[in-house]
Design a protein around this ligand. Sequence first.
Ligand SMILES: [Fe+2]
Ligand SMILES: [Fe+2]
Length: 259
Amino acid sequence: MRIFALSDIHADFEPNARWLRNLSFHDYRADVLILAGDVTDSLPLLEWSLGLLARRFQQVLFVPGNHELWTLRDSPRTGSFEKFERIREIVRNSGASMETFRTDRLSIVPLHSWYDFSFGAPSNELLDLWMDFRACTWPQGYEAPEITRRFLALNETALEDAAHRPHADDHTLISFSHFLPRSDLVPQRGTLKLDLSPVLGCALLDQQLRQLRSTIHVYGHSHVNRRIEIDAVTYVNNAFGYPHESAIAAKRLVCLLEH
Ligand SMILES: [Fe+2]
Ligand SMILES: [Fe+2]
């Protein structure tokens, strides 16, 4: 069994949907795919994408990204937390999973999250331009820190479970989230004028994955492919990204390990 990682497939773009359609029916039958969010904000397209992948892999493990929680194009427009619950059903119905995956020597744990501005305060320009601030619908009084707290609380069961489950020395724990768990994973800005770091992740996520004793953590959202070891954890970004992002995204599956 091989464990593959992918995020940010953004299936709304035809070249990305074509890549999904062209994935082999035979090559990955014994394998697990970690899919770290941002498939689409459209629920029918999410169902189509997850169903397609679930028919090609033995198991598809998913966490929603920010795009899944956009409600702007939904009719009727509901709240983003309500949409999250709808996504749970769609994931289940399409044969994928948002639960911890376990074998004797391996656990793969999805970690829900958002951004809480722990990587920096957002500029007025960012508050104006970042689509989530218009495209998501949160309850009255919910700002980024409250949203993040609510998503991180969903990980408590997995944390408690890991604390009470003695793992053998050869047990590997992989965690994954859509958002960045550390500010030092934020890509260099290059020519980009706008500082996106406030909306890229949250530091509490790193505390959670270290509590789990994770050794590999897969994240998405920044779209910049990367693999780096920091304090005994290997962080992997294998975002597929938008069609024009071929300089920062390899646009292929990455195998994390063979089990
Ligand atoms: Fe994305
Ligand atoms: Fe994202």
